[in-house]
Design a protein around this ligand. Structure first.
Ligand code: FAD
Ligand code: THG
Length: 824
C-alpha cells in the first residue's frame, strides 16, 4: 500500500464502523486484493444503530460537485447490481424536484445544466407532468419540476449487508459488539485499535464511524471537522389513496420527491408516505454524549442515532406537507424520530489520511447516496496512492487550521443544515464567523468601500466602491449593465473599471491569501526537482512555474518556485493539501513551513508600474535589471520586501511580499506613490477576469488530479529532458489526448456564463465549463471548457439556465499572445 513505505509488514486494515461506508469500504478493499480487513462495530450486526440503520435511502444524484455526482452515479450502478434475498438494493423509481417559486424554477434549470454536465439523465417538466408522476401533488402551486429517471431509492441496510457478505467471502472479518476505546500508535504511525473486548494490531485504520467521527478522532489525536445534527423524519398513517399502489417488497413506485422551497422531501413506504424535513432549527448533538446501543434500547430509543421526535419542530412542516399533498389533510403522522447524521463546514465529506498519524484514515460525513463512490475512491487512494476521481473538495486537508476549531465547525455545520436546500449562488459566502482572517490592508480596504467575499477564512475584496466614479469612463460596463439577476449577484460594473485601469494604468491587488511555503535545507533543491515537472535548478534569483503531479500523471497543483538562496525556496501554492503532499515526500534534510499568515503580499501591476515602483527602491527595476520571472530581496521605502516579477493578470509588475507587521506601511507607500499615476485598488473579480483573458489556469477549478498537463494545456511547464520527477513515468505512457481544456469566447458581447454549465456540440452535451468571466478588454465573456479536441473557430452552445448561448472555440492566449505587455 502506498502509504506504508515505512512498514514492512503486509497490510492489516481495521475499519471502525459497519454502516454503509464501512461495509462498502471493506468490499472495495477486498476487491483490490487486501484480505486482512477487520470491520468493528459497537452495535449488533446487521443493524448496528448508526445513521445507516434508519436512512430512508433517497438517492438524488445531481449536485454542483462533479465529484459528488460521480460518487452517486457509482452508488446507483453498484447497488443496482447487488441483491439481498432476491431483491435488488436499488429501486430506480426516479427523482422529482418541485419548484413553487420563480427562484427555484430558475435553479432547477441550473440543476438540469449540472445533470447534463456530469452525465445524469434529467428533464424539466410541466406542473401537469409533475401531477402525472405524483398524483397526490397539488400542481396548482407549481411552476414545474425536474425529473431524473435514474435516481431512486437505495435500500441502505440490505446494501450494507450485501457488501459485507462479499467482503466476508474474500476473507474480511466483521465483529459486532466491539466498542473502540483507543487507537495505538508508535513513531507517528498507527499500530492498533483497542476495543472493550480485545486489541487488534493494524497497519491501517479507517474511521468510518459516521457522526461518531470526532470521538474516534480524539482517540487518535486528530480533529475531525464535522457536527452531528438531528434531522426529522416521519411516516404518515396508511393513506387510502395509496392502497394497493405499491408492492410491499419494494415499497415504492413513484419518484422520490423534493419540495425544497419548504425544506421537505418525500418517499413512499408501501401505503404510507415518509417525510423528511430540514425546516426546523438546527439540533446539534454531542457525539461524546450519544448513548451506547444497549442503554439507548433500555431508554426505549430505537437505536443510538435515533432521538425522540420533537413535535414542536414538526408543526410548520406538517402544514407545508398538507398544502403540497392535500390528501394528508385526512390523516396524521404515525411515527417520527430525530435521526442524527453529520454536517461539515462546507457540506462535503472528510476523506484521507491524517497528516499527524500515518496509517490513520477518515471516511466520514458521507451520505448513503455517495457511499459506494466514496468507498471506491478511498480504497483506490489507500491501495494505489491516488484515486481515479478528483478528491480535492473532500480532502481532510482542504481546511485551514482556523477552519477546524470546534467553534467554527459548530457554527458552519449548523449553517450548512439551515442552507441545505437553499438556492446558493456560487460566490455566496456564509454569514458567520466573519470576519475571521484579514490581511494587514483590511482597514484601508474598508475605507475604500471594499465588497468582501470570503474564501479559506479570508476576507477578500471583490471590488471597491471607491472606484465607482471610474465606471463612467468605462465603455465596457455598458455592455454588461443588463446582466441577468443571477450573474449580477456579487458583481458590479465597478469591476470593469478596475480591469481597465489595470490594463491602462496601474492597480494594487491584495494577494495575501495566496499560499506561501518556505522550503529550506541542504536537500531542498533535489527535493523540488524530484517533486515537480519543470527545472528549478537555476541560480538564486530565478522563479519557475512548475507542476506537482501524482503517480498517474494527474495535476495535483501548479506552483511558482522562487529560488531566493542556494538552500531557500519560496513556493506559491494552492490548497493546504499541497503542504501535506510535500511533507509526505520530504526527506529529513528538507524543512517546509507555511509562511502565509505571518506575511502578506501586494500585486502591483499595470503599464505604469515601473514609474510607480522605481523611485521607491535603490534596486534597478528596469527590464534589464529585473527580468521577467526573477526574484529580488530589496526595500520599498522603509519596507523590506521579496519582489517576484510575475503576474497572474498578464501585466507588467511585481508581487511584493513582506511580513504582516509592515503590510500596512507597504500599502500606504505604494498608494501614495501611485497617486500621480492614477493607481487604484482592484479586487478579485477584476483579477479573475484578467487572468482568464490571459489564459492562466486556476488549479482546482480548471484542472485537477483528473487531468494531465497535456490535456490542461500546460505542456510548457513539463521538462522531460531533465531527469526523473514524480509522475514522469506515467506521462511517458499516456494515450493520445482525447479532451482538452479549451478556450471559448461567447458570441454575444452581452452574454455571460459562470461555470459548470454544459457545452453542447452538434446538439448533444459533450463537455462542461470550468471557469468563466467577462473579459472587459476583449469585450466578450471568456469561458474555459473540457471538450474533445476542436479546431479554433468551431461553434458550440453553452446551456445557461436552459438558454442555448452560442460560443466559439478560440486560439490561446486570447490576450497579448506575444507577451509584449509583460516582457518589456
Ligand atoms: P453510520 O451508519 O452511522 O455508521 C457508523 C458506525 O460506526 C455505526 O454503526 C456505529 O455503531 C459505529 N461506531 C461508532 N463509534 C464506534 C466505536 N467507538 N466503536 C465501534 N463502532 C463504532 N442519506 C442519503 O443518502 N439519503 C437519504 O435519504 C438520507 N436520509 C436520512 C434521513 C435521516 C433521518 C438521517 C439521520 C440521515 C439520512 N441520510 C440520508 C444520511 C445517511 O443516513 C448517513 O449519511 C449515512 O448512513 C452514514 O453512513 P456511515 O456508514 O458513515 O455512518
Ligand atoms: N503567484 C505566485 N504563485 C502562484 C500563483 C500566483 N502559485 C499558484 C498559482 N498562482 C499558480 N498559477 C500561475 C499561473 C500562471 C502563471 C503564474 C502562476 C504565469 N504563467 C506565465 C505563462 O503561462 O505564460 C509564465 C510561465 C513561464 O514563464 O513558465 O505567470 O499568482 N507567486
Amino acid at each position: 500500500m502506498s502509504s506504508a513505505p515505512e512498514t514492512t509488514a503486509s497490510p492489516k486494515v481495521v475499519v471502525i464502523g459497519a454502516g454503509i461506508v464501512g461495509c462498502s469500504l471493506a468490499e472495495e478493499l477486498t476487491a483490490r486484493g487486501l484480505h486482512d480487513v477487520t470491520v468493528l462495530d459497537q452495535g449488533p450486526l446487521p443493524a448496528p444503530g448508526g445513521s445507516t440503520s434508519h436512512a430512508p435511502g433517497l438517492v438524488f444524484q445531481t449536485g454542483p460537485s462533479k465529484t459528488m455526482t460521480a460518487f452517486a452515479r457509482y452508488t446507483v450502478e453498484k447497488f443496482s447490481a447487488l441483491e439481498v434475498d432476491g431483491s435488488p438494493c436499488f429501486e430506480p423509481v426516479g427523482g422529482l424536484e418541485l419548484a413553487a417559486t420563480p427562484e427555484r424554477w430558475a435553479d432547477l434549470h441550473r440543476k438540469a445544466g449540472w445533470a447534463a454536465s456530469w452525465g445524469v439523465r434529467g428533464e424539466l417538466v410541466s406542473p401537469a407532468r409533475c401531477k402525472e408522476l405524483w398524483p397526490l401533488v397539488d400542481e396548482s402551486m407549481l411552476l414545474g419540476g425536474f425529473h431524473t429517471p435514474d435516481d431512486g431509492l437505495a435500500r441502505a441496510l440490505p446494501a450494507a449487508r450485501a457488501q459485507m457478505r462479499r467482503a466476508q467471502e474474500r476473507g474480511a472479518r466483521f465483529l459486532d459488539r466491539h466498542t473502540v476505546t483507543g487507537i495505538e500508535q508508535a513513531d507517528g504511525r498507527v499500530t492498533g485499535v483497542v476495543t472493550d473486548r480485545a486489541t487488534f494490531a493494524a497497519t491501517h485504520v479507517v474511521s468510518a464511524a459516521g457522526f461518531w467521527g470526532p470521538v474516534i478522532g480524539r482517540m487518535a489525536g486528530v480533529d475531525v471537522p464535522l457536527l452531528p445534527l438531528a434531522h426529522q423524519y416521519a411516516r404518515t398513517k396508511p393513506l387510502p389513496e395509496l392502497a394497493g399502489a405499491n408492492d410491499p417488497r419494494t415499497g415504492a413506485s413513484k419518484p422520490i420527491l423534493r419540495f425544497q422551497d419548504r425544506d421537505l422531501y418525500f418517499r413512499e413506504h408501501t401505503d404510507r408516505i415518509g417525510i423528511g424535513s430540514y425546516a426546523h432549527r438546527p439540533l446539534p448533538v454531542d457525539p461524546f454524549a450519544v448513548l451506547p446501543y444497549d442503554e439507548a434500547r433500555a431508554r426505549a430509543l430505537d437505536m443510538p442515532s435515533s432521538l425522540p421526535f420533537t413535535e414542536e419542530d414538526w408543526a410548520p412542516s406538517w402544514e407545508a406537507c398538507r398544502t403540497l399533498l392535500p390528501a394528508l389533510r385526512n390523516t396524521d403522522i404515525e411515527e417520527g424520530f430525530n435521526g442524527v447524521f453529520s454536517f461539515t463546514p462546507d457540506g462535503m465529506p472528510v476523506l484521507g489520511e491524517s497528516r499527524a498519524l500515518r496509517g490513520f484514515w477518515l471516511a466520514e460525513a458521507v451520505w448513503v447516496t455517495h457511499s459506494a463512490g466514496v468507498a471506491r475512491a478511498v480504497a483506490e487512494w489507500m491501495v494505489d496512492g491516488y484515486a481515479s476521481t478528483d478528491l480535492h473538495e473532500c480532502d481532510l486537508h482542504r481546511f485551514e487550521d482556523v477552519q477546524r476549531s470546534p467553534a467554527y465547525v459548530r457554527e458552519r455545520g449548523a449553517q450548512q443544515f439551515v442552507e441545505v436546500y437553499d438556492v446558493i449562488h456560487p460566490l455566496q459566502p456564509m454569514d458567520r464567523p466573519r470576519p475571521l482572517r484579514v490581511s494587514p490592508f483590511h482597514a484601508r480596504q474598508q475605507e475604500l468601500g471594499a465588497y468582501f467575499l470570503e474564501g479559506g477564512g479570508w476576507e477578500r475584496p471583490h471590488w471597491y466602491e471607491a472606484n465607482a466614479p471610474l465606471v463612467q469612463e468605462s465603455g465596457e460596463a455598458e455592455k454588461t449593465k443588463e446582466r441577468d439577476p443571477w450573474s449580477a449577484r456579487h458583481w458590479s460594473p465597478v469591476v470593469a473599471a478596475e480591469a481597465r485601469v489595470t490594463r491602462e494604468r496601474v492597480a494594487l491587488y491584495d494577494m495575501t491569501p495566496l499560499r506561501r511555503l518556505e522550503v529550506t535545507g541542504p536537500g531542498a533543491l533535489a527535493f523540488l526537482q524530484r517533486m515537480t515537472t519543470n527545472n528549478v535548478a537555476k541560480k538564486p534569483g530565478a522563479v519557475t512555474y512548475t507542476l506537482l503531479l501524482d503517480e498517474k500523471g494527474g495535476v495535483r497543483s501548479d506552483l511558482t518556485v522562487a529560488r531566493l538562496a542556494a538552500e531557500r525556496f519560496q513556493v506559491g501554492a494552492n490548497s493546504p493539501a499541497d503542504q501535506v503532499w510535500l511533507e509526505r515526500h520530504a526527506p529529513g534534510d528538507v524543512q517546509i513551513r507555511d509562511i502565509t499568515s505571518g506575511t502578506c503580499c501586494i500585486g502591483v501591476w499595470g503599464p505604469l508600474v515601473r514609474a510607480l515602483v522605481q523611485p521607491l527602491t535603490r534596486d534597478d527595476f528596469s527590464h534589464e535589471g529585473f527580468g521577467y520571472f526573477r526574484a529580488k530581496e530589496t526595500y520599498i521605502g522603509h519596507v523590506p520586501v521579496t519582489a517576484l516579477r510575475l503576474s497572474y493578470v498578464g501585466e507588467l509588475g511585481w508581487e511584493l511580499y513582506t511580513t504582516a507587521d509592515l503590510g500596512l506601511r507597504l500599502w500606504d507607500t505604494l498608494w501614495e506613490a501611485g497617486q500621480e499615476h492614477g493607481v487604484v485598488a482592484a479586487g478579485r473579480s477584476a483579477f479573475n477576469s484578467l487572468r482568464l483573458e490571459k489564459g492562466y489556469r486556476a488549479w482546482g477549478v480548471d484542472m485537477t488530479e483528473e487531468h494531465t498537463p497535456y490535456e490542461a494545456g500546460l505542456d510548457f511547464a513539463v521538462r522531460m529532458d531533465r531527469g526523473d520527477f514524480l509522475g514522469r513515468a506515467a506521462l511517458e505512457q499516456l494515450p493520445p489526448v482525447e479532451r482538452r481544456l479549451t478556450a471559448l469566447l461567447l458570441d454575444d458581447p452581452s452574454a455571460v456564463v459562470l461555470g459548470k454549465e454544459p457545452v453542447h456540440l452538434d446538439g448533444a452535451p459533450r463537455g462542461y465549463i470550468t471557469s468563466a468571466a467577462y473579459g472587459y478588454t476583449l469585450g466578450r465573456c471568456v469561458a474555459y471548457a473540457w471538450l474533445p479536441p476542436l479546431p479554433a473557430g468551431s461553434a458550440v452552445h453553452i446551456e445557461y439556465f436552459g438558454e442555448k448561448v452560442p460560443a466559439t472555440v478560440a486560439d490561446e492566449p486570447l490576450f497579448d499572445p506575444k507577451m509584449t505587455r509583460i516582457r518589456r
